[in-house]
Write a protein that binds this ligand. Structure first.
Ligand SMILES: [Zn+2]
Length: 113
């Protein structure tokens, strides 16, 4: 499962940050996940629940912010919401569109104790 390795990386980063702050545990982890990041939220939550008990995030609350994907058209500069990585511009039908947000898989903040 793709999400399991992502969660492994996230926990590693979070634990490194917590150690730098000389903390013993992580109480909250907040993440930004884009709607076209390729992440399945159910799988992500499942992965956290299965891995958490052996880590500093044992009792941590996992908060996930969903970031709605947006694209910009290179031809007419129109910015629009999208559910797909490849999409036509709804204004001019150009295929030269580029995702400007929604691919995020990142840690926003960590609270430690
Ligand atoms: Zn356009």
């Amino acid at each position: 499962m793709h999400e399991l390795s992502i969660v492994g990386n996230i926990i590693e980063i979070a634990e490194n940050e917590a150690r730098k702050a000389l903390a013993e545990r992580i109480t909250e982890l907040e993440m930004d996940i884009g709607t076209v990041s390729g992440i399945e939220l159910d799988a992500l939550n499942f992965a956290f629940e299965s891995v958490k008990p052996k880590t500093m995030l044992k009792n941590a609350e996992i908060k996930i912010n969903i970031i709605q994907a947006k694209a910009v058209c290179s031809d007419c500069r129109h910015v629009f919401e999208t559910e797909n990585v490849y999409t036509l511009c709804p204004v001019c039908d150009s295929f030269k569109t580029e995702i400007i947000q929604g691919k995020e898989i990142k840690i926003k903040s960590i609270l430690v104790d």
